[in-house]
Design a protein around this ligand. Structure first.
Ligand code: TYM
Length: 336
């Protein structure tokens, strides 16, 4: 059986970018394919500790899984939910893959360049983060990895590492699909990137300082409407989808499409050429607020106990598979 797999860090509660870029696509794919694919959903708690946290790691971790359930994830025997650090083979395999990946490759990763800024004080975890991510994927032979566009470079690196190991030691890893195929599988042309509402040149990020830049999934719907109404647009005076010239308006069109699960082309055709940006903002604010009100009502009903039970079951499954894969790699490296 093929595997669809994704992880999310829990440095804070989630933004609308995390939700639309990864959590919702994963939930939709899981519900569509969980009879024929393994679905692995994990909390990237080891990736979380590379940076400061806001709100408490354990609190955010429970919230993350609750958010999948509130988004409508249906759990059956093929859906596996686990915490990354509860699968110790992850750390062990990361070390081995550290001896495969190169400084040059990791130094070219955009996230490292942005987060580490080449400073001596940058922790080694930030530099090594893509190898840990490659391990998460290769441990479980992940084929499809629903992530936002910002993670595509890490998937390409994962492919390179897998191909290199297989070339040297025989067929050890499944090579995940190319990012162009990943995007298609998620139903997008080139991956999803939700923009910062104040500065739409940048992606919407948990770590943005300005409150109006990002929508948190726990924001109350009125606050969300205000943030969307004040989003930066442009002075061209005509709605169209053009990420270069009109990143703010294009972002709103994309949000409108994703929240309502409608094709982007269809939404763009509906608004193209219109001049009243306010009408579009009002419509997007209404779509997001309605979605969040329902989502938050469902979220409030999910208990911690429910989440712990799912994670403990998932971790038994994950450890079995991960230990077998690790042993295969250890044997290839003559460690066993
Ligand atoms: P993280 O926690 O930074 O982000 C979680 C997911 O949200 C997506 N995302 C976005 N998508 C669209 N627009 C945005 N503005 C936006 N911001 C964030 C990210 O692309 C991601 O899919 N390294 C990963 C976690 C991870 C992982 C893995 C993912 C660890 N191991 C293995 C897949 C497979 C990360 O830090 O994502």
């Amino acid at each position: 059986m093929k595997t669809i797999l994704t992880g999310i860090r829990v440095n804070s509660e989630l933004t609308l970018g995390n939700f639309l870029g990864a959590l919702l696509p994963m939930t939709r794919l899981a519900n569509k394919y969980s009879d024929e694919y393994n679905i692995n959903i994990f909390v990237a708690d080891l990736h979380t500790i590379i940076a400061e946290q806001d709100g408490g790691l354990q609190h955010n971790l429970l919230m993350l899984i609750k958010m999948y359930l509130a988004a409508g994830l249906k759990v059956n025997d093929n859906v596996h939910i686990y915490r990354q650090s509860y699968v110790p083979a992850t750390s062990e395999m990361t070390w081995i893959l550290n001896c495969v990946a190169t400084m040059g490759e990791l130094g070219r990763m955009i996230q490292y360049k942005e987060k580490g800024r080449g400073e001596d004080s940058c922790n080694v975890g930030i530099f090594d983060y893509p190898v840990l991510m490659a391990t998460d994927i290769l441990l479980f032979d992940g084929n499809y990895i629903p992530v936002g566009q910002d993670q595509f470079q890490h998937i390409e690196l994962t492919r390179d590492i897998a191909i290199r190991v297989n070339h040297r030691y025989g067929e050890i890893f499944t090579v995940p699909e190319k990012t162009s195929e990943q995007a298609k599988f998620m139903g997008s042309n080139d991956g999803i990137r939700i923009r910062d509402l104040v500065n739409p040149e940048k992606k919407m990020s948990k770590s943005a300082k300005a409150e109006n830049s990002k929508i948190m999934m726990t924001d109350d719907p009125e606050k969300v409407a205000k943030k969307i109404m004040s989003a930066t647009t442009d002075s061209l005076g005509e709605i169209d989808f053009d990420l270069k010239k009109r990143p703010g308006i294009s972002n709103l069109l994309q949000i409108e499409a994703l929240v309502n699960d409608r094709p982007l082309d269809e939404v763009v055709a509906e608004w193209k050429g219109k001049s009243n940006y306010g009408d579009l903002k009002k419509k997007v604010a209404e779509s997001v607020s309605t979605m969040l009100a329902d989502f938050q009502a469902r979220l409030a009903k999910i208990t911690d106990e429910e989440v712990y039970e799912l994670m403990e079951t998932g971790e038994k499954y994950a450890n079995k598979l991960a230990n077998a894969k690790l042993l295969k790699l250890q044997k290839a490296f003559e460690l066993r």
